[in-house]
Write a protein that binds this ligand. Structure first.
Ligand code: FO1
Length: 308
């Protein structure tokens, strides 16, 4: 059984490669909920939805989030009303948020609702929210207010300097059902190429998770989200630097070294492999840019082989 630590787009792409190599029924993804937000009274879980839509082959291939072939009638109506439109919610995507919000209001847990969505989209992989308790990534802007993650990431297009990140609710958030057993029992724990600070970070902040990872360090294999000093997408590089780490595969290794046994880095960083190993993390060099399904499957094979 394979259990993955997952954020959004990069994780979804690797998981889509993993399910080409092993049966989806053998894969569990522990997904970040720190990006979750309530807008228009709807509970939105961006990372869970990106993984769900990608594995169901209905994700917008351009953005990696939201639905392919989307229409925007509701957003157009909201714009005419002067409503909140900085967070783009397509018409089909809104159905997911309406369903999730209604089911939560009926007393279903986020895990149950996620399992219902997995069945409805015939995904096969077991998707687990990291916690059912409130967990919200908050971003302290340099010289400014603290804002919610989506305000930082979308409204401000993460083009602002940050003075710190915190995960509100982490000190009381319990792992959701299945999360710790999923990590304990996995043959391999895959750390997807997600943002170390704001996608993997919240997972580590939930009680018990980093302890299991430390204990099973020799079974954890990660893929660097940083290639040639930069994130392929999003603010991972600058958040690493703002957190005191290099924006490089060495910085990623230092960030993860307490509990990561092996780090897969891209060919572009081959010369840094010794420096990664100097961090005490075994290093495997391979193509890590998942430009299509074949590349994602090839990377998944490398990751699973690296675990031995
Ligand atoms: N990202 C954007 O850059 N702009 C958006 O308008 C936007 C809307 C959106 C709606 C639903 C959803 O599930 C994700 C959405 N995202 C958008 C992506 C989201 O901010 C990120 O995927 C994660 O929160 C970070 O991984």
């Amino acid at each position: 059984m394979i259990t993955a630590l997952a954020g959004g787009v990069g994780a979804a792409r690797l998981l889509a490669g993993v399910v080409q190599v092993v049966p989806p029924s053998e894969v569990t993804a522990v997904v970040n909920t720190g990006d979750d937000t309530v807008l228009h009274g709807l509970h939105i879980s961006p990372d869970l939805d990106t993984v769900l839509y990608t594995l169901a082959n209905v994700v917008d291939p351009e953005t990696g989030w939201g639905r392919a072939g989307e229409t925007w009638r509701v957003m157009d109506g909201l714009r005419r009303l002067g409503g909140v439109t900085w967070f783009n919610l397509g018409d089909q995507d809104l159905a997911t948020h309406c369903y999730r919000t209604q089911r939560l209001a009926e007393g279903a847990s986020l895990s149950e609702v996620t399992a219902e969505l997995v069945r409805a989209f015939e995904v096969g992989v077991r998707l687990l929210p990291v916690t059912e308790d409130t967990l919200r990534t908050r971003v302290q802007l340099a010289g400014g207010p603290e804002v919610g993650f989506q305000e930082y990431f979308v409204r401000l297009r993460h083009e602002v300097a940050t003075d710190g990140i915190r995960f509100e609710g982490a000190d009381s958030a319990r792992p959701a059902p299945g999360v710790l057993p999923g990590l304990e029992d996995a043959d391999t724990i895959v750390v997807c190429p997600s943002n170390p600070v704001v996608s993997i970070g919240p997972l580590l902040a939930v009680a018990g998770i980093s302890d299991v990872l430390r204990r099973r360090r020799d079974r954890t294999v990660g893929v660097s989200p940083i290639v040639a000093g930069r994130a392929l997408k999003g603010p991972a590089g600058r958040l690493l630097v703002e957190g005191g780490f290099e924006s490089s595969v060495v910085g990623v290794a230092r960030f993860y070294r307490e509990w990561l046994g092996t780090l897969v880095i891209d060919e572009a960083d081959r010369t840094l492999a010794p420096a990664v190993e100097d961090q005490g993390v075994r290093c495997v060099v391979a193509p890590t840019i998942m430009s299509d399904a074949e590349h994602a499957a090839a990377l998944a094979r490398v990751v699973l082989d690296a675990a031995g």
